[in-house]
Design a protein around this ligand. Structure first.
Ligand SMILES: *[C@@H]1O[C@H](CO)[C@@H](O)[C@H](O)[C@H]1NC(C)=O
Ligand SMILES: *[C@@H]1O[C@H](CO)[C@@H](O)[C@H](O)[C@H]1NC(C)=O
Ligand SMILES: *[C@@H]1O[C@H](CO)[C@@H](O)[C@H](O)[C@H]1NC(C)=O
Length: 448
């Protein structure tokens, strides 16, 4: 796996000790680092800029080779990997012939009972690989961040406790899929992405998802990051790739036409989203139809596409949206004098993962937000599978910090929403396993 150095730079920020991520430093418009005041000013001048960063293309290069060797593993355990996996695999009953669930690492499943008794946490929350781990012991940036001990936008420990207790109590009440999520191991997902590159294309929320995913799989890579600019030799590609990917315009006009040159293959998986950068219905409609036209025309040549729904925001506005020009349900605050995040307290997430509220004003939230209301029917109409994150993200209002901009109610610290999304991603892969492009018999991927 290769990770672009830009992410590492962001993760490190200027000041190690504070452990604050500095997304804006490398990605703010025109390279400016925005102060809080500056950001608000920018908000006012540029109503379209919702997130305090311009996007770096969230591009994950997970090329996990079928030939991934035991030399990268803990040698003595390599042979027993298959046995452990055999006992632990809980995938669909019938799997396509290309599917190979043997995992190059041993990840013992942590039994729910142990987590219920608070003796362990889920791997998704940074628990160390069992029975033993390698990267976890390194005194190194990614190792620290991926265990959510320090660095980058790691949630403060009390938040991690709160999150764990919340998840635990949902599991105790029998909420659907929660125990499975808690017990999930990186090896569960490995068989689905083996031999493919997973391309994560979208805005900074997707970029954060990439970090989360990278971290979940961090025992699988060497923790080395490489400069994207050194990996790419094609100057034109380089220039466009380091642009942005927040909007359909970017994806359709810049990124996707270069798909072959950057090594995208049919057998790959591409997770896409367009959402929070677009704040008016009219523009969102135009964006989605641009994407739809492109997809319809080129779907035979694209990787297997999965759509991620728009994520929930918790700004101090009636529906949590930052603002929505022309949306009656999401009015901006009149004064626009800063904001603090707030819970969508009259909405509850039920055991079956549906939402409920007695407050008619929250109808739009219960229905998945105005953006999803507009985009998902189009995406579903195209037959693109959707990774649903909205409902599970609604309660997560208190994890919007640890970021540089304290009033950012869009991004979260880690672990929180993004880690829950990984389990949603896994669910979609399981549901779609028969639709994924088959791998050649001896799958050897060579992308980048
Ligand atoms: C599955 O992958 C492993 C390497 O991880 C390989 O040794 C094994 O032969 C593969 N099995 C099949 C049935 O292709
Ligand atoms: C997509 O939305 C952005 C931001 O609202 C807008 O600038 C752009 O023109 C839209 N794209 C299309 C194709 O209309
Ligand atoms: C989310 O909640 C809504 C409203 O209760 C429900 O209709 C929808 O099916 C839920 N979505 C998922 C993915 O569970």
């Amino acid at each position: 796996m290769v990770v672009s150095a830009r992410l590492k730079e962001q993760l490190m920020g200027n000041d190690h000790n504070k452990g604050l991520p500095l997304l804006s430093r490398t990605t703010a418009p025109a390279g400016r680092r925005l102060s809080h005041k500056g950001m608000l000013k920018t908000f006012q001048e540029r109503p379209l800029l919702l997130i305090p960063v311009t996007c770096v293309l969230a591009l994950s290069l997970w090329t996990l080779l079928a030939s991934w060797g035991c030399e990268n593993s803990i040698r003595s355990n390599c042979n027993s990997a298959a046995a452990v996996r055999g006992a632990a695999q809980s995938g669909p009953a019938s799997l396509p012939s290309w599917f190979n669930s043997s995992c190059p690492l041993v990840y013992e499943r942590i039994p729910y009972a142990e987590m219920r008794d608070r003796k362990a946490r889920p791997y998704l929350m940074g628990e160390q690989q069992r029975p033993q781990c390698m990267n976890c012991a390194k005194d190194e940036l990614w190792s620290h961040f991926c265990q959510y001990k320090s660095h980058g936008p790691a949630c403060p420990l009390y938040d991690q406790d709160t999150l764990f207790e919340t998840i635990r109590s949902r599991a105790e009440m029998g909420a659907e899929g929660v125990r499975e999520m808690m017990e999930m191991t990186p090896c569960d997902i490995f068989g689905y992405i083996r031999g493919r590159t997973v391309w994560l294309v979208g805005d900074s929320m997707m970029q954060e998802f990439m970090r989360a995913f990278q971290c979940f799989m961090y025992e699988f890579w060497d923790l080395e990051t490489k400069e994207l600019k050194d990996l790419l030799t094609d100057e034109d590609v380089k220039a466009k790739l380091i642009g942005g990917c927040n909007l359909a315009d970017h994806m359709v006009k810049e990124l996707l036409p270069m798909r072959e040159r950057i090594g995208m293959r049919r057998k790959d998986i591409m997770l896409v989203n367009i959402a929070v950068w677009v704040n008016s219905e009219k523009n969102l409609r135009a964006n989605i139809s641009m994407w739809a036209n492109y997809y319809t025309r080129y779907k035979q040549q694209l990787p297997f596409v999965i759509w991620r729904d728009a994520s929930v925001q918790h700004f101090n506005t009636p529906t949590g949206d930052y603002k929505c020009d022309g949306c009656p349900d999401a009015q901006p605050r009149l004064d626009d004098k800063g904001f603090s995040c707030k819970p969508l307290s009259s909405v509850s997430l039920l055991r079956d993962n549906t939402l409920q509220s007695d407050d008619p004003a929250m109808g739009v939230i219960v229905r998945g937000g105005w953006r999803n209301g507009l985009t998902l029917p189009v995406i579903e109409g195209l037959g693109i599978p959707v990774m649903h994150t909205w409902n599970q993200s609604v309660p997560l209002w208190e994890y919007h910090h640890g970021f540089q901009e304290k009033d950012d109610c869009t991004h979260w610290c880690h672990p929180s929403g993004y880690q829950l999304w990984i389990s949603q991603f896994y669910q979609v892969l399981q549901q779609q396993v028969h639709a994924l492009p088959p791998l050649p018999a001896a799958a050897t991927s060579t992308s980048l």
